[in-house]
Design a protein around this ligand. Structure first.
Ligand code: SF4
Ligand code: SF4
Ligand code: SF4
Length: 448
C-alpha cells in the first residue's frame, strides 16, 4: 500500500513539474503578441517600439522600448497592458470588456482601444469619442463618470465598466490603495429607487384602477428608462443571461433591478411591465390617444388570422435566442424596435421599420406588442404563472360581452376567460363589467 502511495506521489511530482516547466517555459510576451494580433489598432499604441519586456513583478504589464540608432541605447517609451488581466470581474452589459491601455513614461494614458466585448452595438456608436477622454489622463485622476469622464449617452453600464476596468487595473499596477475601495463608491442607488417608484405607480394604477397613476408610471418610464437611459427589458438581456454574460452588481443596478421587478410582478400580478412600465408601451398609448382623437378607424385582423399571427412573437423569441446561442453573441439579435428608437442608432432600413410600426400602430393598437415583440412573448409566458389572475364569476356573468369589446388586446376569449399571456393589466374590463363579476383573485372560480 505504502509503495502504491509513494509511486502516486512520485507521479504527481513529475506531472506537476512538467506542468510547471511547460507553463514557465511559455513566453510571457506571447499574450502581448496574441492581443496585438487581435486588434489592428493596438499597433498604434507604440508604433515605433521595437522591443517589449515585462515590467518588474508583473507577468502581464509590458514595457515598450525603441533602439536609438545613434547611441544604440534602448529608449523607454512607456507601458502597455490589457484590462482583462486585472479586472475581468468588472463587467459591462454583456460581460467583461478587454481594453488595451498605453501609458507614456510619466504614466499618462496615451491611447486606449477595445479588444473584446459583448456589448450591444447600438450602444457603442459613440465609443471613439468616449475613449478619447481617457487620453492624457494621469493615473492619479479620479476616473469618475460625470466628474472627469462623460458617459456615453444611454450606455451608462458600458461606460461605467470601461472606466472602472481602466481605473482598477491602474490601481493594481501602479496604485497604493486597495482598488476595490473606489468601485463600491460608484454604486448607483438612485436608479433602483426610481425603478421602484415606477413599478409602485404602475401596480397602484392597476390595483386602484386609477388611470392617472398608470399614465404617470408610463410617462416617468418613457422619460427615464426610454429617453434618458435607453434601458429596457430586451431579448438581448435574456440571451446574455443564457450566455452567462451580465454586468457586475455594482454597475448593473438598473440591469438587475429591472429584471427583478419584472419577474416579481410577473409571478405575482401578471404582465404589469407591458401594460404600464415599458417605455415603448407609453408611446403605443400616446398613439392610441391620438388616433382616438383623430377618429382614425381601427383595423382588426380576422379572429383566426389574429390568433395565428400572435404566435409569430413566440417564434421570434425562440428563434432569436437559438440563433444567439449558436453564434454565442447576443448582438446578432439587436432588432427590437424600442432599442433602435431609444438609442436613436438605427440603419436606414431600421428607421423604415420603426416608421412602419409607428404608422400601423395608428390603425392597429399595439401591433408590435401583439404580434412581434419577443419580450411580449416572454412576459406572456411567465405571466401564466402569476399568483393573482383576473377571473370571471360564472354565476353572476350575464354574457353581455362588454368586457370582450372593451379589452384593447383582445385577451378575453369567447367564454369570457382571460388569457394571461395577452392581458396587459389595463383594468378596463374590471372597471366596466356591469355585474362586477370580474375580480383579481388567487383561487379559480367556476369560470376562469
Ligand atoms: S410587448 Fe414589447 S414593446 Fe410592447 S410593451 Fe411589452 S415589452 Fe414593450
Ligand atoms: S362584462 Fe362582466 S357580465 Fe359582461 S360578459 Fe364580461 S364578465 Fe360577463
Ligand atoms: S381589458 Fe383585457 S388587457 Fe385589460 S385587464 Fe382586462 S383582460 Fe387584461
Amino acid at each position: 500500500m505504502r509503495t502504491k502511495y509513494k509511486k502516486l506521489s512520485f507521479l504527481l511530482i513529475i506531472v506537476t513539474s512538467v506542468g510547471f516547466f511547460l507553463s514557465s517555459s511559455k513566453n510571457p510576451l506571447q499574450n502581448l503578441e496574441k492581443n496585438i494580433s487581435e486588434c489592428a489598432e493596438c499597433k498604434n499604441i507604440f508604433p515605433e517600439a521595437d522591443t517589449f519586456s515585462l515590467k518588474q513583478n508583473f507577468d502581464s504589464v509590458y514595457e515598450a522600448y525603441k533602439k536609438d540608432s545613434k547611441t544604440n541605447k534602448k529608449i523607454f517609451l512607456g507601458f502597455i497592458f490589457f484590462t482583462a488581466d486585472f479586472s475581468s470581474h468588472i463587467r459591462g452589459y454583456g460581460g467583461p470588456i478587454n481594453i488595451a491601455v498605453g501609458l507614456n513614461p510619466n504614466k499618462e494614458i496615451t491611447k486606449i482601444y477595445i479588444l473584446r466585448h459583448h456589448e450591444t452595438s447600438s450602444y457603442l456608436t459613440k465609443i471613439s469619442f468616449f475613449l478619447k477622454q481617457f487620453e492624457k489622463k494621469k493615473i492619479t485622476d479620479s476616473f469618475i463618470l460625470g466628474k472627469d469622464i462623460d458617459a456615453i449617452t444611454q450606455a451608462t453600464i458600458t461606460s461605467q465598466a470601461i472606466t472602472q476596468s481602466i481605473k482598477y487595473s491602474l490601481e493594481k499596477i501602479f496604485g497604493a490603495q486597495d482598488p476595490r475601495s473606489f468601485i463600491t463608491k460608484n454604486i448607483i442607488y438612485h436608479e433602483l429607487i426610481i425603478l421602484i417608484i415606477i413599478f409602485i405607480l404602475a401596480c397602484s394604477g392597476f390595483l386602484f384602477l386609477n388611470p392617472f397613476l398608470k399614465w404617470l408610471s408610463l410617462c416617468v418610464s418613457l422619460i427615464y428608462l426610454g429617453i434618458l437611459k435607453a434601458h429596457m427589458f430586451s431579448i438581448i438581456q435574456i440571451s446574455n443571461i443564457g450566455l452567462l454574460k451580465f454586468p457586475s452588481l455594482d454597475n448593473g443596478v438598473l440591469w438587475f433591478g429591472l429584471l427583478a421587478l419584472i419577474f416579481l410582478t410577473l409571478i405575482s400580478l401578471g404582465n404589469i411591465y407591458c401594460g404600464s412600465v415599458c417605455p415603448f408601451a407609453a408611446i403605443q398609448e400616446i398613439i392610441r390617444k391620438i388616433s382616438q382623437k383623430l377618429n382614425i378607424p381601427s383595423i382588426k385582423l380576422a379572429k383566426n388570422v389574429d390568433q395565428k399571427a400572435r404566435n409569430i412573437k413566440y417564434g421570434i423569441l425562440l428563434g432569436g435566442l437559438f440563433l444567439s446561442f449558436i453564434v454565442q453573441n447576443s448582438d446578432i439579435i439587436n432588432f427590437e424596435i424600442f432599442i433602435l428608437l431609444f438609442t436613436a442608432r438605427a440603419s436606414f432600413l431600421g428607421w423604415l421599420f420603426v416608421a412602419f410600426i409607428f404608422f400601423i400602430s395608428f390603425f392597429n393598437y399595439r401591433f408590435w406588442c401583439k404580434y412581434l415583440c419577443p419580450i411580449g412573448a416572454f412576459n406572456g409566458l411567465l405571466s401564466r404563472l402569476s399568483l393573482f389572475k383576473i377571473r370571471a364569476n360564472k354565476k353572476s356573468c350575464t354574457a353581455c360581452g362588454i368586457c370582450q369589446n372593451i379589452c384593447p388586446t383582445q385577451a378575453i376569449d369567447k367564454d369570457f376567460t382571460i388569457n394571461p399571456s395577452e392581458c396587459i393589466l389595463c383594468g378596463e374590463c374590471l372597471k366596466n363589467c356591469p355585474q362586477q363579476c370580474l375580480t383579481l383573485s388567487i383561487k379559480k372560480n367556476e369560470k376562469s
